[in-house]
Ligand binder design. Structure first.
Ligand SMILES: C[S@@+](CC[C@H](N)C(=O)[O-])C[C@H]1O[C@@H](n2cnc3c(N)ncnc32)[C@H](O)[C@@H]1O
Length: 410
């Protein structure tokens, strides 16, 4: 992975047999390995390295920034100032997605939704502007995974991000004003996309979704969350009704995990406010629950929460990356209309709809646990153990005699 040699091109470096990397490294007084790092990550050198490059080659930071596409405020200002002169040059620039648009075929439909087979970019191009209430996208993470669609999941970083920008731009076009866009990805990719998204939409949240049982990576902080970006088109969302969550209790004794002190009576019996850190989304790892062997499948609980939060019944939900169809299933069960797309085979999605009643039970199980400070089972067990519940703390208290701290001594 990496960018397309923009740093090396700026410096006039050619690599491999007969290349001049060693010579340029010597000329600049910077180790070749370090120059390779700048090139691989498309990073503008700073400090002494930048000074050495300028002294040895005459290439300035500004030129490097232009050649490497890393614009800063000065360059952005210059582009704004000379926009009329730049426009004819930009109009001649070839589009990033060069392949002709393929047709997307309708694979199957329900009363509420339609699933297409093909490239989501083609499907998006055929969709009306301002027509979708909620977009949820869980693209491939570019982690060299094997998908049944046989896509290349090991693109150069730059190519992957360019591709993301293309489908995101179309998703934004089809989104209704006030509609919501969610993107599920690794923090690394979502961090790189926020600037682009911020130019078209209003940022709402970076939601950190706890990864259960992730593996440590050497010399890195232990990665323990996925990023879920949440944006809206325009200033305010059309719909925002987040679920309230049950209070965390000890799984063994059901006692309080936090000391709520005198604030118990102030707690909302419907549950606690949901935050931007979600720790209760289960992974779909067990083969028994997995619809598609060997690849990513999100929990119905995650899509239930998102769809509940950002859409109403009858609204239209779009997910460009079908996978095993979790979004479509959640939308169907929650009476939302939906449009989906999957490049690869979609039998697994259709089979899922054949057992929709099983999925409904799973979803009902999740919903029975929320919007209630103590779900029924927990409440009963707490009552049995003499622990407080909403009813006990909300009972009018007997007036206790006031004891003055300044009572007269002796
Ligand atoms: C990470 S998976 C989505 C998993 C899904 N959210 C779920 O819960 O099952 C990404 C899916 O996008 C599909 N895909 C990749 N590129 C695509 C494209 N250009 N158009 C449509 N689908 C694509 C892949 O085949 C893969 O099934």
């Amino acid at each position: 992975m990496g960018y397309s040699d923009q740093f090396f091109q700026a410096l006039g470096v050619s690599q491999g047999y007969g290349g001049n990397l060693a010579a340029v490294a010597k000329q600049c007084g910077i180790p070749a390995a370090k120059l390779k790092y700048y090139n691989e990550k498309n990073i503008i050198p700073s400090g002494c390295d930048l000074e050495k490059i300028e002294a040895a080659t005459g290439i300035t930071e500004m030129l490097l920034r232009l050649k490497m596409g890393r614009l800063n405020k000065d360059l952005i200002q210059a582009i704004q100032q000379y926009s009329a002169e730049l426009l004819p040059i930009l109009d001649n620039h070839k589009p990033l997605i060069e392949s002709p648009l393929d047709d997307c075929n309708l694979e199957f439909q329900t009363d509420l939704g339609k699933l297409y087979r093909g490239d989501c970019y083609s499907l998006l191009k055929s969709m009306d502007s301002d027509s979708i209430d909620l977009v949820f996208a869980d693209p491939p993470f570019n982690l060299s995974k094997l998908y049944p669609s046989e896509i290349n999941d090991n693109l150069k970083e730059e190519k992957y991000l360019n591709w993301c920008q293309e489908w995101i731009r179309e998703c934004v076009r089809v989104l209704k004003p006030g509609g919501a866009l969610f993107i599920w990805n690794l923090p690394k990719w979502n961090a790189s996309l926020t600037d682009f998204l911020g130019g078209m939409l209003t940022f709402r949240n970076w939601i950190g979704v706890d990864i259960k049982f992730s593996l440590p990576i050497q010399n890195r902080l232990y990665p323990s969350h996925y990023s879920l970006l949440y944006y809206v088109k325009g200033e305010k969302p059309n719909v925002f009704h987040p679920d309230r969550l049950a209070m965390d209790v000890c799984p063994k004794c059901l006692g309080d995990l936090k000391d709520y002190g005198g604030y118990k009576s102030k707690m909302n019996p419907k549950g606690v406010n949901i935050s931007d850190i979600w720790t209760d989304i289960p992974p779909v790892r067990h083969a028994k629950y997995k619809r598609r062997k060997g690849s990513n499948e999100l929990s119905l609980k995650l899509l239930d929460r998102i769809i509940e939060m950002a859409s109403d019944e009858g609204d239209l939900v779009f997910d460009p990356f079908g996978g095993s169809g979790t979004t479509y299933m959640a939308a169907e069960l929650k009476n939302r209309r939906w449009v989906g797309c999957e490049l690869g085979p979609s039998e697994v999605i259709q089979q899922r709809f054949d057992v929709i009643d099983e999925e409904r039970k799973i979803l009902e199980g999740y919903r029975s646990q929320i919007n209630n400070l103590f779900p029924e089972k927990v409440k009963k067990l707490r009552e049995k153990k003499g622990l407080w519940t909403c009813e006990t703390v909300k009972e009018p208290r007997k007036k206790e005699p006031q004891i003055s701290l300044f009572a007269a001594k002796g």
